[in-house]
Write a protein that binds this ligand. Sequence first.
Ligand SMILES: Nc1ncnc2c1ncn2[C@@H]1O[C@H](COP(=O)(O)OP(=O)(O)OP(=O)(O)O)[C@@H](O)[C@H]1O
Length: 318
Amino acid sequence: MGTEVAAFRNVSKSYGRVRAVDGLDLVLRPGETVALLGPNGAGKSSSLDLLLGLREPDHGTVELFGGAPRAAIAAGRVGAMLQSGGLMADVKVRELVRLACDVHPRGRAVGEVLADAGITELAERRVDRLSGGQEQRVRFALAIAGANDLIVLDEPTTGMDVSVRKAFWASMRAQADVGRTVLFATHYLEEADSIADRVLVLHRGRLIADGSSAEIKAKAGARRITFELHDADGPFDDSALRALPGVLALDVTARVPGVRTVRIRTADADAGVAGLYRAGLYPRGLEVTGLGLEQAFLTITGEQDAADSSEFATEAAR
Ligand SMILES: Nc1ncnc2c1ncn2[C@@H]1O[C@H](COP(=O)(O)OP(=O)(O)OP(=O)(O)O)[C@@H](O)[C@H]1O
């Protein structure tokens, strides 16, 4: 379809016995800023390589703008910043960026690209004299050297310190704001949370979550209720806690005699709190907090690990 930027249709890719991408179905739409998350080895880089036509799938099809990835790249519709590959050494930053602008079928003005990447002040520096973080920004400049419709970034902030990283995300956001679709793989979950309007979670080559970060958090049971129960207020009743509506996980610790600290992960914090009082409990120091994307991510990948190992145990028992 004409409105699809990219589409994976039942795509699988193995390296020998390692299945890096496993039946991936995914469509990217114009203007989205999409974060690709996943633990080490989840298949993020492999998926990006497939998207860019750098590898061929074993099964399924990958399309960019309704055609073969290589055709879209040849037409200058895609810019990429990958983890591997060195930069030309004996040139100045401006010369390297100019070269990228010149060879791009839809090349932009050099000054504009340097400014957008936040490296104007590095323009006369030799490329081999740059720090790791500065080098990353030059790579980003190369990815935006043309008027691309899609920008693909594989862990772009690796090696950047916190302030450079923040400035980098602003540069990336600015590209999205002019209507470009941005797909980036990252390990910085809180930043994905604030920048991406769609978050994909890959795990063992499979897409296990796809939605806004609010939806991902909701899927993980995104809220936590924390309070104390004091023996002085009434006898402790574990079953009353377990029976509360929406409980996904319950953790009770008793570090001080007569006082228990209760942490509940819940799919419905409002009903949970109302249920506490309805059960005649007297929670002290009650707090309801949201889970960060990082905790949500750990929860859903952990749950998937547990599901995979029980599936494995069942298979093995057959
Ligand atoms: N060229 C290759 N040859 C053999 N195995 C590979 C190759 N590239 C990747 N793999 C394996 O495929 C799986 C997926 O790797 P991939 O690099 O796509 O994951 P990733 O999510 O990008 O990981 P990371 O976060 O560590 O960069 C891993 O088990 C990895 O070891």
